[in-house]
Design a protein around this ligand. Structure first.
Ligand code: ATP
Ligand code: MG
Length: 287
C-alpha cells in the first residue's frame, strides 16, 4: 500500500524491466536501477521483494550494513563478493541499507577507506550485465555518493503513509480487511499521522494478540491510547484492564486536539458521559 506518486514510478520501472529486450533492441533502454528512499518503516524492503516477485525473477538481498567490517580492506572485499555471487541473467539484486556505506571511515587516511568502498560499489554495479535489475534502499539519500545516485535512473520516494493509506493499513493489519470495521479504521487513520506502516502493523498485531489470548477484543479506546503513545514516542502496551482516569484524560485530550473529534463522540469512544469528557478536557487545560 503506497501513496500515489511513487506507485507510478514503480509500475513504470516494472513495465520497462519486463520489456527490456524490446527497449534495448530499439536503443532506448535505461539501466534497470531503482532507488527507494524515505523514512524507516515505510515498506521499502518489503516493496523491493514485491518488485522482484512481479518480475518473476530470482531475488538476491545484500544488506550493506552487514558487509561493513572494521578491518581495513575487508569491507570492499565483502562487497566485491556480493557482485561476484549474483549470477548474470535476469536476477534482481537488492542492496538494502545503502547509507551504511557512508559511515565507513578509516582513521589513518581520513577518507581512504570510504573512497575505496564507494569505488567497489560502482565497479560492482558497472560489472553487472544489462539484464540484471538492481534495487537500492536508503533512509538517508543525501548521504549517497552522487556517482552511486546516478547509477539508479528510477527513483521513488517512499514517504510516511497519508490518511488514505493509513486507513488501508489499519483495515488490513488490525481488522483483517473486514469492511464492517471501515469506520474504526477511518477514525484510526484520522489520528495516526506521523506513524509509519511498521508502527501500524505493530499496534494492530499487538491488539489481535490480546484479543486471542484474552478472548475479548481490546476496546477501540485502548488502541487509540496506544496510537497516542506511539506518536509521542512513548509506546504503550495494550493492556487487559480498564482505562484509569489518567488514561481517559490523556485520550480525551488527544482525540480532541489531534483528531478534532467532538466531545459527544469522544464520550462514546471512551464509554463515559459527555460531561465527564468536558471535565477531563478542563483538567488537562488547567494542567
Ligand atoms: N506501505 C506499507 N504497506 C504494507 N505494509 C507496510 C507498509 N509500510 C510498512 N509496512 C509493514 O512494515 C514492515 C516493515 O517495513 P520495511 O522493513 O519494508 O520498511 P523499510 O522502509 O525497509 O524500513 P527501514 O528503512 O527501517 O529498513 C513491513 O514488513 C510491512 O509489514
Ligand atoms: Mg528496510
Amino acid at each position: 500500500m503506497l501513496n500515489g506518486e511513487p506507485g507510478a514510478t514503480i509500475s513504470q520501472f516494472i513495465d520497462d524491466a519486463k520489456h527490456i529486450d524490446l527497449l534495448s533492441e530499439k536503443g532506448v533502454s535505461a539501466r534497470l536501477g531503482l532507488l527507494l528512499y524515505g523514512p524507516p518503516g515505510t515498506g521499502k524492503s518489503l516493496l523491493a521483494g514485491h518488485v522482484a516477485a512481479s518480475l518473476g525473477r530470482p531475488f538476491y538481498i545484500a544488506r550493506l550494513d552487514s558487509l561493513i567490517s572494521s578491518r581495513l580492506g575487508e569491507t570492499a572485499k565483502n562487497i566485491r563478493g556480493v557482485f561476484e555471487y549474483v549470477p548474470a541473467k535476469k536476477a534482481v539484486l537488492f542492496l538494502d541499507e545503502m547509507d551504511a556505506i557512508a559511515k565507513v571511515r578509516d582513521d589513518r587516511h581520513e577518507l581512504g577507506e570510504l573512497k575505496r568502498v564507494v569505488n567497489t560499489v560502482l565497479q560492482g554495479l558497472d560489472s553487472l550485465t544489462d539484464d540484471v535489475v538492481t534495487i537500492a534502499a536508503t533512509n538517508h539519500p543525501h548521504l549517497l555518493d552522487p556517482a552511486i545516485w546516478r547509477r539508479f535512473p528510477y527513483k521513488a520516494e517512499i514517504s510516511l503513509p497519508d490518511r488514505d493509506v493509513r486507513e488501508s493499513l489499519w483495515l488490513h493489519f488490525l481488522y483483517e480487511g473486514q469492511e464492517a470495521r471501515r469506520d474504526e479504521a477511518t477514525l484510526l487513520a484520522q489520528v495516526s499521522d506521523g506513524l509509519n506502516g511498521a508502527d501500524i502493523e505493530n499496534i494492530g498485531l499487538a491488539a489481535r494478540r490480546r484479543a486471542i489470548l484474552s478472548g475479548a477484543e481490546p476496546a477501540l479506546a485502548k488502541i487509540l491510547l496506544a496510537v497516542s503513545g506511539s506518536r509521542s514516542g512513548s509506546a504503550r502496551l495494550i493492556g487487559n484492564d480498564d482505562l484509569d482516569a489518567q488514561a481517559k484524560r490523556t485520550l480525551s485530550s488527544f482525540l480532541s486536539d489531534k483528531g478534532g473529534i467532538n466531545q459527544a463522540e469522544i464520550a462514546r469512544i471512551i464509554g463515559v458521559s459527555r460531561q465527564m469528557v468536558n471535565k477531563y478536557l478542563k483538567e488537562v487545560q488547567d494542567g
